[in-house]
Structure formats: C-alpha cells, structure tokens
Design a protein around this ligand. Structure first.
Ligand SMILES: [Zn+2]
Length: 327
C-alpha cells in the first residue's frame, strides 16, 4: 500500500511540475497542456449578468474583453412588468456579479434574488444618483439618495440623462475593479473613454434641443419616463398617460380626463409612447386631443445595428425624435 501511495504521489508531483514548468511553445502544442490553460483563461473572465439591455450595453463597454455579459431581459420587454422564468434563476446563480438599474425599476428582482440567495451579488448602477420624486411622494431628508435598502419610491429612469449614466460607469468600474483588481487599469481606461463619449452626447443633445422653441418644451409620455431628461435639458414633463413611474399602474378616468384637458390647454405638441408599453391608452389620448402620437424607445434597446442598438444610439434617436415632434 505504502509503495502504491508513493508511486501515485510521485506521479502527481511530476504532472504538476510538468504543468507548471512547461510553458515552452513545444510543450503547448500537446493537447494535455493546452486545454487546462484555456480553461484557466476562460475561468478568468468575470461572469456578469445585467438586467436590462441598456444596463448591459454600458456594463459591456466598461468591462470590455475581461467580462462575459449576459442580459436577463429579452429585447423589447418592459423592465417594470418582467416575469422571470426558471432559466433566469440559473442565470442569477451562474453570475459572479449582477448589475441592475435599481431605484425600483426591476420590480421582479427582489424576489428572484432572495430565492437564489444572491443578495450579495447585486450592484445597483443608479446608486448615488439623486432620485426625482413625484409631488405625491415628497422626499424626506436623507432619503433622496438611493442606498441598497432604499431603492423604491423615486423615478427609476435615470438613464434618460447621460450625466446619470456617467455615475453608472463609475459604479460599474469600481465593482469590476474590486472583483478583478488585476484589470483595474483596463476598466479605468474603458470608463474614461466611454465617459468622454457621453460628454460628447450631452453636448450634442444641448445643440439639438436649442432648436425647440421655449413654448413647445412640454413633454407628455405614456408613463413618467423623461423626468431626468426634462430637468437636465430645459423641458417640462407636464403629465403622463399613466401618472406613475411604473407602467404597472393604471390611470383613473378622471386622471385621463385631466391629462387631456392639460394637453389641450397647454398646446402640447405630441404624446410620446415607448417601445416597451401597450400603446392603446396613449393612442386614445392623442386621438381625443388631436395631438400627434410619437414613438420613442423606452425600457429596451433594439438589436445591434438597429435604431437603438446601443445606449448612445438610443439617446440620439429619442432626442432627434423629440426635437422634431416639438418643433
Ligand atoms: Zn418605465
């Protein structure tokens, strides 16, 4: 027995020594030494799960080739009303880290994360952004900034202002660097590059919106989607077909009537409807008031190469559409 053990031990040591020392091109041509190397390389990439396609696009630009990104929500699905499947649970379990928009956007997420016991994996990219709140939800001192435990109650559509997405970038960069310190410099370079593209986008938006006459800068959308955009670029979100930050709420008959009165009185030029909601109510408001119904992108990107294949394309499409509709 002793001899057998010794032989096995000696054999193991030899294999280890061969694997550790044989890094020469000659040795790496053999299949035995090539495949473990590949596995190590593969395992070295962080497995990242992002909730929406918008979060996913930003995460993959910061993480670049050092991460493997999976997107939880299919293109075109409504992040407020998404219903996860059992396969989504597997994605949660497989991920090293999960990036979510946060601020209450992904109403399905808490249950899913809790069932998976994956609370420690979740990072809310909107963390640190001062949330807008509806007048019926007055902000209390100390609660206007999102914390991990205070994600609900404000406007979750932080990405409609690229200045907020710059905060996302910092949160993503810091998280990836913490999990993979070896590549921290790479993440830093990527985030700086992307941040400067977003600064260019911000400048471009200011040039575009300058063409909209002051009196026309009134936004009505299917739900309260464009608040951060309105605040940043000098518009007023005068109302929404669903007077809520979520598409899951339903307007009362009197709320709809009030909105239609406001649209007529204020001379609102367009009703904007997003790609991830049912357009029927917005269509009705537009018809009742004789206003144009105008399509924009809301909770999801399109396929790469489409009108909104990336976050920057999404913003460019929406801004161009809003400027044309309100001119
Ligand atoms: Zn929304």
């Amino acid at each position: 027995m002793f001899t057998k053990k010794t032989i096995i031990l000696a054999w193991c040591l030899t294999v280890i020594i061969v694997l550790v020392t044989c890094k020469s091109p000659v040795a790496s041509t053999s299949e035995e030494t090539q495949s473990p190397d590949k596995e190590i390389e593969h395992a070295g990439k962080l497995k990242v799960l992002a909730t929406t396609s918008i979060v996913s696009n930003v995460v993959s630009l910061v993480g670049g080739e050092e991460i493997e990104t999976t997107t939880l929500l299919p293109l075109g699905s409504d992040p407020h009303g998404f219903e996860p499947t059992p396969q989504d649970m597997t994605k949660i379990l497989d991920a090293d880290v999960i990036f979510a928009n946060g601020a209450g956007l992904e109403e399905f997420l808490d249950n899913l994360i809790e069932s998976a016991g994956a609370q420690n994996k979740v990072v809310y990219v909107s963390r640190g952004i001062e949330l807008r709140r509806l007048e019926s939800q007055p902000s209390q001192e100390g609660t206007t900034y999102i914390e991990d435990d205070d994600q609900v109650g404000g406007d979750p559509h932080t990405w409609v202002d690229p200045n907020n997405v710059m905060i996302w970038i910092h949160n993503i960069r810091d998280t990836l660097s913490e999990l993979d310190p070896q590549d921290a410099e790479y993440y830093q370079v990527n985030s700086e590059k992307y941040e400067s593209s977003l600064k260019e986008l911000d400048t471009w938006i200011r040039e575009q919106v300058a063409h909209v006459p002051e009196a026309n800068r009134k936004i009505v959308s299917d739900h309260n989607l464009l608040g951060y955009f309105a605040d940043q670029y000098g518009f007023e979100q005068v109302g929404a077909v669903i007077p809520s930050y979520s598409t899951l709420a339903e307007p009362s008959a009197s709320e709809l009537a009030e909105l239609e009165d406001a649209v007529k009185e204020l001379g609102v030029k367009a009703v904007f409807v997003g790609n991830t909601v049912n357009p029927s109510l917005a269509t009705r408001v537009a018809e009742d008031t004789g206003t144009n119904l105008v399509f924009i992108y809301s909770g999801s990107l399109t396929e790469p190469g489409g009108d909104a294949g990336s976050y920057i394309d999404y913003m460019r499409y929406n801004v161009q559409t809003i400027v044309e509709a309100l001119n």
